[in-house]
Design a protein around this ligand. Structure first.
Ligand SMILES: Cc1cc2nc3c(=O)[nH]c(=O)nc-3n(C[C@H](O)[C@H](O)[C@H](O)COP(=O)(O)OP(=O)(O)OC[C@H]3O[C@@H](n4cnc5c(N)ncnc54)[C@H](O)[C@@H]3O)c2cc1C
Length: 461
C-alpha cells in the first residue's frame, strides 16, 4: 500500500516549504517532494546567491569611496573565487538549516520528480528512491524557469540565464544584459561594480518598467555612474557567437562585443504535463489557474507561487502558501490585495514600493496628492554619504489615506515593510514617533508631505 499523507506538496521553494511547514504546524501529516535542491530557486539560484554577490560587490564599492569618508585604503580588488566560495557557503548553510527545519516539523522529504497520476495519487520518479504516495490534499508549488528568446537561445556558455550568471568562473570583461527588469539590473550592478563593461538593452522606454517613470529615470542615472550603458527603447535583433564571445546587434544598427550575453526577460511558470493532464488542470498560458483561496479547478488541489504566475516573488509565494495551507487544513482563507505585497529591487541604490503606484492611481482615475522627501536632506543619510534618492508617498484625497509608497535609496528594501504599515494611515502620521537621526525619517516626512504637513520640506508655492 502506498504511504498516505494528509497533504502532499510538490516543490520545496519558498511556496512549497512554507506551505508544508504551516500544514504540519496545523496538525497535518505532510510529504514534501523535491526534484532538485531544497529551498528552490530563491535559495539555490535566485534571491539568496544574488544578494550575497551584491553584498560583496557593494563592499568593494564602499571601500572605493572610503577616502571621502576620511579612510585611506591603499587598494581594493575583487577576489572572485572568494566571493563565489562565500556565496556557495551561504547557500549551502541555509539549505542545511532549512532541511533540518522541515524534518524537525516531521515532514517527510521525498527526493525526486513528483508527478500526479490520478487525483490523490503521486508517483515520485527517482533513480535512487522511486515511490508512490497518496494524499488527501495536493499543493503544487513547482515554480518557474527563465524565458528564452527564440532569436537568442540559451547555450549555457555565452548566452546565459540568471542561473549561469551566478556561477561564472571569472568576472567577464564585458556583458550585455537583455532585459532591464529586476534581475537584469541587479546583475548589472554586481558585474559593473566588479569591473565588467555592462550594457543593458531594454525594449521598453525605461528600466524597471513596472515602477513609476521617475524611478526608471533615477536608476538609469545612477547605473550610468557605475559605467553601465543603459540602452532603453532598444531591442537585440541578433547575437553572433564567435570564439568565446559574441557580437550583439541592436535594432538601431549598433553592434556590441560581449563575453557574456545574459538574457533576463522574465520567468514563466512550470508544471509537468502529466500532472496537468491527470488533474485536468485549467491553465492560463503556462500558469495554473487558481481562485483567491489558491484552489485550482480540481477539488483538493491547490497551487501557489511562481507556478500560478501572480507575483514571481518569494514573499508572494509565502503569502499564497499561508492561504493554501490554511485552506488545505480545514479553514477558510483568501488572498487579499496583491498590491500590498512589497516589491524590492537590490540595485545600487535600491528600489522598493508597496501599494498603488502613481501611474496605477492615475489609471484608476483617483484624485491623489504626492508627498516626497529626499535622502540628501536627512542627517543619517548624509552622515553615511548615502544621499541619492527619494521617497514618495501617495494619498488618496477621497479617503484621506496613504495608498502607496515608492522609494529609491540606500537600503530602502529594509524600509518598505514599515511603509506597508503606513498604507491606510491618515494625517495622524504626525503623531507617530520615528527615531532621530535615522533614515526612516525620510519615510515619515514623505507621508506627512502627502498631507501637506511636512516639517522640513520648504513651503510649496
Ligand atoms: C536570480 C533571481 C533572483 C531573485 N531574487 C528575488 C528576490 O530578491 N526577492 C524575491 O522575492 N524573489 C526573487 N526571485 C524570485 C524567487 O526566487 C521566486 O519568486 C521564488 O523562488 C518562487 O518560489 P516558488 O516556491 O513558487 O518556486 P521555486 O522557488 O522555483 O521552487 C520550485 C521548486 O519546485 C521543484 N519542482 C518543480 N517541479 C517539480 C516536480 N514535478 N517534482 C518535484 N519538484 C519539483 C523545483 O526543483 C524547485 O525547487 C529571484 C529569482 C531569480 C531567478
Amino acid at each position: 500500500m502506498p504511504e498516505k499523507f494528509d497533504v502532499a506538496v510538490i516543490g520545496s521553494g519558498p511556496g512549497g516549504y512554507a506551505a508544508s511547514i504551516r500544514c504540519a504546524q496545523r496538525g497535518a501529516s505532510v510529504a514534501l517532494i523535491e526534484k532538485e535542491f531544497i529551498g528552490g530557486t530563491c535559495l539555490n539560484c535566485g534571491c539568496i546567491p544574488l544578494k550575497t554577490l551584491l553584498a560583496s560587490a557593494h563592499t568593494l564599492l564602499s571601500i572605493k569611496h572610503a577616502a571621502m569618508m576620511g579612510v585611506d585604503v591603499t587598494q581594493a580588488t575583487a577576489n572572485w573565487s572568494k566571493m563565489q566560495e562565500r556565496k556557495n557557503a551561504v547557500v549551502s548553510g541555509f539549505r542545511k538549516g532549512l532541511t533540518g527545519l522541515i524534518q524537525t516539523n516531521k515532514i517527510k522529504i521525498l527526493q525526486g520528480m513528483g508527478i500526479v497520476t490520478t487525483p490523490g495519487q503521486i508517483k515520485i520518479d527517482s533513480d535512487t528512491a522511486p515511490a508512490q504516495i497518496q494524499a488527501d490534499k495536493i499543493i503544487l508549488a513547482t515554480g518557474s524557469q527563465p524565458i528564452q528568446l527564440p532569436n537568442i537561445p540559451f547555450d549555457g556558455q555565452t548566452i546565459i540565464s540568471s542561473k549561469e550568471a551566478l556561477e561564472l568562473k571569472q568576472i567577464p570583461k564585458s556583458m550585455v544584459i537583455v532585459g532591464g527588469g529586476v534581475i537584469g539590473c541587479e546583475m548589472a550592478c554586481v558585474y559593473a561594480a566588479l569591473g565588467a563593461k555592462v550594457t543593458i538593452v531594454e525594449a521598453l522606454d525605461r528600466l524597471i518598467p513596472m515602477e513609476d517613470e521617475w524611478v526608471g529615470r533615477l536608476i538609469a542615472r545612477e547605473l550610468k555612474k557605475l559605467d553601465i550603458d543603459c540602452q532603453t527603447g532598444q531591442k537585440v535583433i541578433s547575437v553572433k557567437k564567435g570564439n568565446g564571445s559574441a557580437k550583439v546587434s541592436l535594432e538601431n544598427g549598433q553592434t556590441i562585443d560581449a563575453k557574456k550575453v545574459l538574457v533576463s526577460v522574465g520567468r514563466r511558470p512550470v508544471v509537468d504535463k502529466e500532472t496537468v493532464e491527470s488533474l485536468n488542470l485549467e491553465m492560463s498560458d503556462s500558469a495554473i489557474k487558481v481562485n483567491e483561496k489558491m484552489e485550482t479547478n480540481t477539488t483538493n488541489v491547490y497551487a501557489i507561487g511562481d507556478a500560478v504566475g501572480t507575483t514571481f516573488l518569494a514573499h508572494g509565494a509565502f503569502a499564497e502558501a499561508e492561504v493554501a495551507a490554511i485552506n488545505a487544513t480545514g479553514e477558510d482563507e483568501k488572498m487579499r490585495d496583491y498590491s500590498l505585497i512589497p516589491r524590492a529591487v537590490y540595485t545600487f541604490p535600491e528600489i522598493a514600493s508597496v501599494g498603488k503606484t502613481e501611474q496605477s492611481c492615475k489609471e484608476q482615475g483617483l484624485d491623489i496628492s504626492i508627498g516626497s522627501s529626499f535622502f540628501k536632506a536627512n542627517g543619517r543619510s548624509v552622515a553615511h554619504n548615502e544621499t541619492v534618492g527619494e521617497i514618495r508617498a501617495t494619498r488618496d484625497n477621497a479617503t484621506n489615506k496613504i495608498v502607496g509608497v515608492t522609494m529609491v535609496g540606500a537600503m530602502v528594501t529594509e524600509l518598505i515593510a514599515a511603509a506597508r504599515m503606513l498604507i491606510g494611515t491618515t494625517e495622524k502620521i504626525t503623531e507617530i514617533s520615528f527615531p532621530h537621526p535615522t533614515v526612516s525619517e525620510v519615510l515619515k516626512e514623505a507621508a506627512e508631505d502627502a498631507f501637506g504637513l511636512s516639517l522640513h520640506n520648504p513651503p510649496k508655492v
